[in-house]
Design a protein around this ligand. Structure first.
Ligand code: SRM
Ligand code: SF4
Length: 570
């Protein structure tokens, strides 16, 4: 742990509960940007300053300021929104952003390309729809994820309630958000403002939480700082939650002291204890997390440094009671299940595959217009999934026909292979300032190339999880994919293999610095061998380990361990 505080800690301390000079910066029309320190603070308000990286060289040549704009992330606890809210998001995307909506890997909406002069208007429109952006980013608890099909059983509905309660409980209390974006009254200087849970410097780093209902692990519980896994009585009753801590994906190339990590089981709590458990885990991280080195500040490093046992003891000391022993849980998969399913209330839910979560009108698939048309007639709600897809939920039997008609009219349901249906890419270029390589704009083409191989060996319908990111930060959770691709430089990726289909084991580096052809060349013989030699029901991630192509990944620091294999690669 470093003694010196990181510069971000100073920014937070000086910010007067996240105000900084954001309000003044929004008024400065001479530049499309905000002051540097304020760009760190706006994250807590749910917006990132970015610039269009495609335009960088030309603007540099012309000695122009970069093409600055803002990404806005809307917090949607459990991913649930109403048709009215969907229409409001659509309108904001059309009026103020780049005309597309982005569904994220954490069940949130993102807008891209909002220029500074439209930022406040967009925030106000989001709030007018009764959604908000506070704590969608920043060193606080982020959007709380929850299995997106709560109406499949009453247990799902309870899990969603917990997601909302935890989200509310851990939302920052500062009035800065209202003041800056919603023209709220300025807080009287003589009044002492307080953040009862976070304190004036918030958390050392971002904090992420999810709630899952087995056997579905579609929120990737192993990748979260804190997860609650619902344990039922075998029916609709949630008798409690397994508590998991210390997952996270981010790392930096060439810095083995940074690593992705899967979460540990901490214990079991009763439903009425869950919010308090969440608060205490957050406060232990607040007090023990590394505030000197942001690359070592996530909960996963706090737990690696303290040890799980000491971490549990500290959480239990703050709770005033011990957590019970965790229960056995069986997860089956991380991906979504598409098409119509009937819920316990008799209503229908349709899960729609949306490639990389980008809602746009492209060719004969008119997702933006089609979902707008559905939102105009839909009487139920929408659920954003953690795999960047969308559930059109709670559709009555009579409306089902109408919705299916719109799905057909707008070409929303396109044929996709098992690989494509289980593919996820982060945003990356041109908006992400940290991208080293393409992701969202490239993965669909790579999948097309791999689909040719899969079709030729009869695996076109087989589900194989593939995920790509434009850098090692891991926004599409690539280290939990059976095939993971992580950007190194333009057109060049590291190829990882061998994660578990249920999301419980990470993958292992198989090839470094490979381009498109080398990726296809490396995967072709492996997929062919998989088609020929797999055991009944064996997943691709397990097959490559059994065949000795990669070793099963160790956790935490052991993720980087090079293992000499004796098995022959095909
Ligand atoms: Fe992420 C930073 C996009 C989910 C790990 N992430 C970013 C930024 C904001 C880049 C930046 O800091 O300037 C990206 C904005 C790109 C853009 O133009 O929109 C970005 N992250 C995303 C999204 C939109 C990816 C997507 O395609 O859906 C996801 C938004 C989720 C949300 O709604 O809140 C997104 N990011 C994730 C996940 C997945 C998850 O949470 O389940 C991870 C891995 C899990 C984790 O946090 O460990 C993730 N993002 C990161 C990191 C690495 C954090 C770390 O511990 O090292 C960064 C960089 C950072 O924080 O310094 C990052
Ligand atoms: Fe950007 Fe990297 Fe996240 Fe992709 S993984 S969105 S490139 S930070």
């Amino acid at each position: 742990m470093s003694d010196k505080l990181s510069p971000n800690e100073g920014i937070k301390t000086r910010s007067q509960f996240l105000r900084g000079t954001i309000a003044e910066g929004l008024e400065r029309s001479i530049t499309g940007a905000l002051a540097d320190d304020d760009t760190q603070l706006t994250k807590f308000h749910g917006t990132y300053q970015q610039d269009d990286r495609d335009l960088r060289p030309e603007r540099r040549k012309k000695k122009m300021e970069q093409a600055y704009s803002f990404m806005i992330r809307v917090r949607v606890p459990g991913g649930v929104c109403t048709p009215e809210q969907w229409l409001a998001m659509d309108q904001i995307a059309t009026d103020y952003a780049n005309g597309t909506l982005r569904l994220t890997t954490r069940q949130a909406f993102q807008f891209h390309g909002v220029i500074k002069s439209n930022l406040k208007r967009s925030m106000q429109a989001i709030n007018a729809s009764l959604l908000d952006t506070i704590a969608a980013c920043g060193d606080v608890n982020r959007n709380v994820m929850c299995n997106p099909n709560p109406h499949q059983s009453r247990a799902h509905a309870k899990a969603l309630d917990l997601a909302k309660s935890v989200s509310d409980h851990l939302t920052p209390r500062t009035a800065a958000y209202h003041e800056i974006w919603l023209n709220g009254e300025k807080v009287d200087d003589s009044k002492v403002e307080e953040e009862p849970i976070y304190g004036a410097t918030y958390l050392p780093r971002k904090f992420k939480m999810a709630i899952a209902i087995p056997p579905e692990n579609d929120v990737d519980v192993y990748a979260q700082d804190l997860s609650f896994v619902a344990i039922t009585d075998g029916g609709d009753e949630v008798i409690g939650y397994n508590v998991m801590v210390g997952g996270g994906m981010g790392m930096t190339h060439g810095e083995p002291e940074t690593y992705p990590r899967t979460a540990d089981l901490l214990g079991f709590c009763a439903p009425e204890q869950a919010v308090d458990v969440a608060e205490k885990v957050v406060t232990v991280q607040r007090d023990f997390g590394d505030r000197g080195n942001r690359k070592h500040a996530r909960l996963k490093y706090t737990i690696e440094d303290m040890g799980v046992r000491a971490f549990r003891t500290e959480v239990e000391r703050r709770l005033g009671y011990a957590l019970a022993a965790p229960r056995d849980v069986l997860f089956e998969h991380t991906g979504d299940r598409y098409g119509w399913v009937k819920g316990h209330t008799g209503k229908w839910h349709f899960t729609l595959f949306i490639q990389n979560g980008r809602v746009a009108d492209l060719g004969d698939q008119r997702l933006l217009s089609g979902l707008r048309a559905i939102a105009e007639v839909h009487k139920g709600d929408f659920r954003l999934t953690a795999n960047q897809n969308l559930v059109i939920a709670n559709v009555g039997a009579r409306q089902k026909k109408v919705i299916q008609g719109l799905i057909d009219d707008y070409g929303l349901e396109q044929a996709a292979s098992g690989l494509r249906r289980n593919a996820m890419a982060c945003v990356a270029l041109p908006t992400c300032g940290l991208a080293l390589a393409e992701s969202e704009r490239y993965l669909p083409d790579l999948v097309t190339a791999l689909d040719r191989v899969l079709t030729s060996v009869g695996l076109a319908e087989d589900e194989i999880v593939i995920r790509m990111t434009g850098c090692p930060n891991g926004c599409a959770r690539p280290y939990l994919a059976e095939i993971g691709l992580v950007g190194r430089s333009p057109g060049v990726y590291n190829l990882y293999l061998g994660a578990a289909f249920d999301g419980s084991r990470m993958n292992k580096l198989y090839r470094q610095d490979v381009d498109h052809d080398a990726i296809v060349d490396a995967l072709t013989p492996l997929l062919e061998a998989y088609a020929r030699e797999r055991h009944e029901g064996e997943r691709f991630g397990d097959f490559v380990i059994r065949r000795g192509i990669v070793a099963a990944s160790g956790n935490g620091a052991a993720f980087h361990e090079q293992v000499v294999l004796t098995g022959a690669a095909t």
